[in-house]
Write a protein that binds this ligand. Structure first.
Ligand SMILES: [Zn+2]
Length: 377
């Protein structure tokens, strides 16, 4: 009798992995997303499925409705890769609270993830690449002792910060960083005006513990770092405390904090001028608007019509990085959001929002910052 094709094993026992296997029967698996360490959030998943080539796998995430952003599943397709490098989207359905991912194995294994992952090895290569052209410094240590590292480009007086991956489950921020660091590195060979006028501090990975733990939002102590910027907990959020200390010493005139949004199918910037001084608040508002115009002229996915809800205050929004640095330092504070699903302005029907799109957006943001410093309208 001919053997039936089947799934042999499902494994998330690696850095960044997240899935709990309930049961496997033939080509169907019932799975659950594990909550963040010491925290209530859940949405990130990353696991490997091994089975017979040709097997039509149905991977059911049965607790999808209990995740943090269930509204995000309706228009979402899971990311799959059989070589760990090229990621495409799998047929995915969200019905009756279950997210079903369908994939036919061509080889013996497939990686499945919420978004194309970007782990510590990739970050180490990114830092090495950036350090060949810029300065490299250690900024702070996480609660488990991992280093938060920073690259510095340029020698101008205007101090910019580019931050990525406060939320570990948003690896689009890391792909964005890859584009930004590549563009900054190229510009060092072009005697760019940007570097005469500005110094740019790039922190590609603010929450390495969360990345290793396979979390959506939390660091190792269970903190959402992007709610800690108003008054960071020294022991449980030393990542933010260390960054704020250095911003105070070095200066912070513009901060761009890069994220992914689970529910909004658009690329957008959220900026809320928060300086108590009206002149500064006006300068912040004008500065953010001008950056948005410059970016929209360069990148077809970026738009300004849709963003967070106008009244968005959220839990502890006052502790969001962009808002807190705007209030504290008078900086132009901007949160950049990218989608998990397809960008409606620049739809890619194969890959949806892709690593390549993130890289291009990172490059375009650097060119927009250069134009911004050049006082282009
Ligand atoms: Zn985020």
């Amino acid at each position: 009798m001919k053997d039936r094709l089947r799934i042999h094993a499902i494994d998330a026992d690696f850095d960044g992995g997240n899935i709990v296997v309930e049961d496997v029967a033939g080509t169907r698996a019932r799975l659950k997303i594990r909550r963040d360490s010491r925290a209530p959030w859940a949405q990130w998943f990353h696991f490997v499925v091994r089975g017979d080539p040709g097997a039509l796998c149905e991977l059911q995430i049965v607790n999808a409705a209990e995740c943090t952003y269930p509204d995000g599943w309706a228009s979402y397709r899971a990311c799959v890769s059989e070589d760990g490098r090229h990621w495409v989207r799998a047929e995915t359905r969200y019905v009756a609270g279950v997210l079903s991912i369908h994939h036919q194995l061509t080889g013996a294994a497939v990686e499945v993830a919420y978004f194309a992952p970007y782990g510590l090895d990739a970050h180490a290569r990114l830092l090495d690449h950036g350090a060949a052209r810029g300065g490299r410094h250690q900024l702070a240590l996480t609660p488990t002792g991992r280093a938060i590292e920073r690259l510095v480009f340029g020698q101008g007086d205007f101090r910019m910060w580019l931050l990525g991956r406060q939320h570990p489950g948003e690896p689009m921020a890391s792909w964005w960083m890859e584009g930004a660091v590549a563009r900054l590195s190229e510009m060092t060979t072009q005697r760019a005006d940007l570097f005469e006028r500005a110094s740019i501090s790039v922190v590609p990975l603010v929450n390495p513990d969360g990345v290793v733990l396979g979390n959506l939002r939390a660091n190792a102590a269970g903190r959402d770092l992007n709610r800690e910027w108003n008054d960071p907990h020294r022991l449980e959020a030393p990542e933010v405390a260390g960054l704020l200390d250095e911003m105070g010493r070095w200066g912070a005139d513009l901060v761009l904090d890069v994220h992914g949004d689970e529910c909004v199918p658009h690329v957008f910037i959220d900026s809320r001028p928060a300086s108590p001084y009206p002149e500064t608040a006006q300068r912040q508002a004008d500065g953010a608007k001008r950056f948005e115009r410059l970016l929209q002229a360069r990148n077809s996915a970026f738009q300004t019509a849709v963003g967070y809800p106008e009244d968005y205050a959220g839990d502890g929004a006052v502790g969001m990085c962009a808002r807190a640095v705007s209030a504290r330092f008078g900086a132009v504070g901007m949160t950049l959001e990218m989608p998990f699903s397809r960008s409606l302005e620049a739809p890619d029907f194969v890959a949806d929002w892709s690593p390549q799109a993130c890289i291009q957006l990172g490059r375009d943001c650097i060119d927009s910052l250069a134009a911004w410093m050049n006082h282009d309208p």
